[in-house]
Design a protein around this ligand. Sequence first.
Ligand code: MF3
Ligand code: CO
Ligand code: CO
Length: 343
Amino acid sequence: MRNAPPKTNPNDPCWCDSGKKYKKCHQGRDLLRQLQGLDAEAPATPAAPLGFAPVRPGKIAPWRSVPAHIVKPDYSFSGKPQGARHKNLIKGPEQLARMRKACRAAREVLDEVCAAVRPGMTTDELDGLAHEGYIKRGGYPSTLNYHGFPKSVCTSVNEVICHGIPDSRVLLPGDIVNVDVTIYLDGMHGDCSATVAVGAIDEASAKLMAITRACLMLGIGTIKPGSLIRDIGRAIESHAHLHGYGVVRAFVGHGIGEMFHMDPQVPHYYDPAATFICRPGMTFTVEPMINQGTWKHDSWSDSWTAVTADKKRSAQYEHTILVTEQGVEVLTLADGEQQPFAF
Ligand code: MF3
Ligand code: CO
Ligand code: CO
């Protein structure tokens, strides 16, 4: 989900939705961050191999329909999700059973789509596979008309950071593509993503993908009852910076359940203000976007697609997790995968 805009006028409402003026709310803390150099560039990386053509928008195919028997989320017609993002953050056993089911289904769809990735396919074909995968399982494509998003999955190629709209662009050998799958099943959203190689890829891209996956798991490894959300970003950022990579700030992980995006916000960089405390029964995503170069982004005129400002590549992996009494359980593991932080 989209993070707070970096700059706000002092008299505008604060980016945190407190309803207070920016100057009365987060402005002081934001200024302090700047003075501490926390928004500074990551160390420069060697130039990415030359010769990658920039990703260009293709044609977006008409809306796919969802059969009448599929239960739809409240925004499916209006585009606008209802409900308070800061309420009902702790789930009970009945809710968790439904959460587990949605998350397992999301992972199955993700694995189906990723296994189908081949040079020569369009990203819209990936969208078609995801769309069928949700419906086959009795679920709704959570992204479809979410704030107006026109497709059933996000496909983010090479320098696209996130929220790429599946279109007529053909996947080329050497590309990397993030597939971000979210299903609404039994009243719960389950969200996960992975970046996969299209044919043979260059070594630098393979390394970016491996380190990004490590960042995800290092972030998740900090989670336990009483831990702070900012611990996640601290772990991710220090590993990414070790390798000279940039950590995207404009998009963050999010609480998830009956709502697609709810509290807490989960920055993947170290934000000293992210002091939200993890409690058993909370479910949220961790979904670091790690860049070969700068952390800064540009947006396409479609108002969805975010690309790296320097057009170097970006990778992302995402899990939905549950805070347990003992620590953390990953809800979007593939079938047969071991819980990474089991006791
Ligand atoms: N699945 C994305 C996430 O991880 C959200 C996509 S929202 C959309 O949060 F509107 F862009 F589809
Ligand atoms: Co996602
Ligand atoms: Co997410």
